[in-house]
Design a protein. Structure first.
Length: 304
DNA sequence: CAAAGAATAT
DNA sequence: GATATTCTTT
């Protein structure tokens, strides 16, 4: 027997579950090279019911973020990392779906500005206080609420538009890819991030790559910021424009977390454009000195 | 097999 | 249009 009140109760329950989902299992990745501080921060985060993963250098952090095995809400980075400059690190995480928060000893505006410009959500003074952590938690929850509401709206729109269409199962346009029979390409990459991982707390979170809460997970992709691009150019000019291979560029750039593929892709895209021409619209005032470019066909137009 | 480079896909 | 991913060649 269904009483009128039950419906109401159900609605209330689902709403409560919704809220519960939005305020629990907030995952944070902490990056700090100092172990003791890492422990201190982790404890504090735990006490505010965060799920904490700690890492002692940025390379490990970038790998974890790129793998997307765990969907981190928050990235807490110490400003003085040995392996890479914070601002570079920030720009690397720009398009990943996390809120980056920088912990810093410094308080000057120059630093603050640079960090914020590079995508930091907040810059906090060290040592972290419990209050700051509580605030961070609220930031995340607010973020989640906004996302959730956007999602709900989107779903409603989708439902409305696809009302009467039969479920056309993915006949992807164009040619079919990899329909070849034979051993599936299921090479499990043995990534050894565990070497760099100090510890992972909370449960062992083994969700497959289905979307957990919020549907579409944003595709992460690297943004080639001017800083990164400068490193790239420096590497190339050091190698000589003639023979510069992605792997060597990668090594020379020495940016943790950057992959050879990404460099290759950038090289391809960059190479298609103007290669150090007579400065049509070069965005960067990089003192790029081309080394032995064979250019026997200088424009004859110059001679009338 | 690994890496580069070209061709596509997102 | 920028970046990623896949395919083909080296």
């Amino acid at each position: 027997m269904l009483k009128l009140g039950d419906c109401f109760q159900n609605a209330l329950n689902t709403e409560m579950n919704e809220h519960l989902n939005l305020v629990t299992s907030i995952k944070v990745l902490v990056v700090d090279r100092k172990m003791d501080f890492l422990g201190y921060v982790a404890d504090m985060l735990h006490s505010c019911s965060f799920e904490v993963t700690c890492v002692d250098h940025s390379g490990a952090a970038l790998k974890l973020l790129a793998k997307k095995k765990i969907k981190f809400d928050l990235l807490l980075i110490d400003s003085d990392m040995t392996d890479v400059d914070v601002h570079t690190f920030l720009s690397l995480t720009k398009n990943m779906d996390v809120l980056p928060i920088v912990m810093s000893e410094q308080e000057d505006d120059a630093f603050l500005f640079e960090a914020l410009k590079n995508g930091a959500f907040l810059v906090l003074k060290r040592p972290l206080t419990i209050d700051a952590v509580r605030h961070m938690r609220q930031d995340i929850i607010r973020e989640r609420i906004h996302k959730h509401e956007k999602c709900k709206k989107k779903n409603m729109v989708v439902k409305a538009t696809t009302q009467a269409t039969p479920i056309q199962e993915n006949i992807r346009s164009g040619r079919k890819r990899k329909e070849t029979c034979g051993p599936m390409k299921q090479v499990i990459n043995k990534t050894n991030i565990d070497n760099n991982l100090l510890y992972q707390s909370s449960e062992e979170e083994e969700e497959d790559d289905d979307d957990d809460d919020d549907s579409t997970q944003k595709r992460v992709c690297l943004e080639w910021t001017p800083e990164l691009h400068k490193k790239f150019l420096d590497a190339i000019s050091e190698l000589g424009e003639g023979r510069c291979f992605p792997k060597e560029i990668l090594n020379l750039m020495d940016v943790p977390g950057l992959t050879r593929m990404q460099v290759a892709s950038h090289l391809q895209g960059w190479g298609n454009g103007e290669t150090s021409g007579a400065g049509a619209g070069d965005a960067l005032p990089v003192p790029f000195t081309p080394v032995d470019i064979p250019n026997p066909y200088l424009s004859w137009d110059n001679f009338g």
